[in-house]
Design a protein around this ligand. Structure first.
Ligand code: ADP
Length: 425
């Protein structure tokens, strides 16, 4: 199918967040890890394509080059409207990369104006009079002020954008948004007449996002967090930019074999692992043991399991145990040992006949997808907010995979995930 909306996200979990929100409407959404090597083929693309990059904190010139390559692929796939997705806390520095990328994409698209709306009211991110709030705190008073790579020391989005771009920056405030899409469109064109290329738009509630999406849907380039894109599929369906055929088909047949691989030590994952242990066969990875003897014992354990039975391999541990291991091995080496072991076990599991993978941990997810050779995913139903099932191909096999970052999901997430998959097939 020809692509209607081409999205570029500046990091991996941001991309899955956006893909999940777009897919809530029932449309087919495809997520690619990086710019695909192959040229786009209509038989293979969805109406909504999301390309996940890792360019939030890389040098500006590299971020511009990567996003332009992604734009080019999406254009060749037929997309005419584009969305540049960044974090809802506007993670960037005075150099970039949000503004320079937006300006480069605008230049490639011949767009004279774009909008900025990182608001995500459901997650406590709101913009009022151009100032971004995290819950009730201005951004610069939130924990983001101490972020190691992108400390956010100003809450005013116009002041944050201005040093990142060459064009003029302006605001369409909440009072305009509250008057509806026509009023907002008028404000945007008035600003355009004044030469304002970069417009911050206030949003404090979901209704605002609906108004903004309606007013901006025909812009060649929209930019924002994931939430302002959520209304777009519904608007496109209503306006005929896409038809019912853009909806996703029933999920493919997926073999029964299942496994949970958990390398996350976040509080929620620890509770989820504890909840699942009495329900499944389990193997606990010990990083010290991995350092001394490798992953063979774990691989032998896995090889002896029934592929279809519930099972979990986990390195998930309490903070004091993690600290002990890190003191002995170093933080990076401990992490790498666990990631390499889980990646190896994922490919072993595939060979054993496992086709349903639940992976816990952001870094862990990166290692496992890479090992399984997954480069594209079709987004399915959400198990928990921000955590959908996805369908992908690994070494010629159809698999279902869900990637859960640390604190997402409820305590019974692993059980719920497999139950959801059973209900879908
Ligand atoms: P999260 O999404 O919860 O942050 P990640 O997978 O991104 O999870 O990060 C967890 C990191 O901790 C990974 O690099 C993983 O390999 C490492 N790790 C997991 N278990 C242990 C452990 N028991 N000791 C030390 N490091 C661990």
């Amino acid at each position: 199918m020809a692509v209607v909306l081409g999205c570029i996200a500046d990091d991996f979990t941001g991309a899955t967040d956006l893909a999940g929100l777009l897919a809530r409407s029932g449309v087919k959404v495809s997520l690619r890890m990086g710019v695909p090597d192959e040229a786009p083929e209509t038989a293979d693309t969805a109406a909504f394509e999301v390309i996940a990059l890792k360019c939030r904190t890389i040098p500006v010139a590299d971020a511009v080059a990567e996003t332009r390559a992604a734009l080019d692929w999406l254009k060749r796939a037929g997309a005419q409207r584009f969305f540049w997705k960044y974090c809802s806390t506007f993670d960037s520095t005075a150099e970039g990369n949000i503004g320079p990328v937006a300006e480069a994409l605008m230049a490639d698209l011949g767009a004279s104006q774009t909008m900025y709306c990182p608001a995500f009211p459901e997650n406590g991110r709101a913009i009022f009079m151009g100032n971004l709030f995290v819950g009730e705190l201005p951004l610069a008073e939130s924990p983001m002020k101490d972020h190691p790579l992108t400390p956010m020391r100003d809450s005013n989005l116009m002041r944050l954008i201005a040093p990142q771009v060459t064009g003029k920056v302006g605001l369409a405030n909440r009072l305009t948004v509250a008057r509806g899409a026509e009023a907002l469109k008028q404000r945007l064109s008035d600003l355009e007449a004044e030469g304002v290329a970069h417009v911050v738009i206030d949003a404090v509630a979901d209704e605002d996002l609906q108004v903004i999406a309606e007013a901006c849907q025909k812009m060649p380039l929209m930019t924002g967090g994931s939430a302002v894109a959520m209304p777009l599929p519904g608007i496109y369906l209503r306006e005929g930019a896409i038809t019912e055929s853009a909806k996703r088909a029933a999920p493919p047949e997926i073999g029964k074999g299942a496994i949970v691989l958990s390398g996350s030590c976040s509080a929620m994952t620890r509770a989820q692992v504890a909840d699942y242990l009495p329900k499944a066969a389990s193997y606990k990875l010990d990083p010290l043991e991995l350092a001394a003897n490798g992953a063979q014992a774990a691989r032998d354990w896995l090889a002896a399991q029934d592929p279809d039975a519930a099972k979990i391999v986990y390195a998930t541990a309490e903070p004091e145990d993690v600290a002990k291991v890190q003191a002995e091995l170093g933080v990076a080496q401990a992490g790498e040992l666990v990631e390499a072991a889980l990646a190896q076990l994922a490919t072993d599991a595939l060979d054993l006949g496992v086709r349903r993978f639940v992976v816990a941990g952001g870094e862990t997810s990166g290692a496992v997808t890479k090992a399984l050779g997954v480069t594209a995913m079709t987004i399915g139903d959400e198990i928990a907010p921000g955590v959908p099932w996805t369908w992908c191909e690994s070494k010629g096999e159809q698999i279902a995979m869900t990637l859960k970052s640390g604190n997402f999901g409820s305590v019974a997430f692993f059980t719920e995930a497999f139950a959801k998959l059973d209900a879908m097939s």
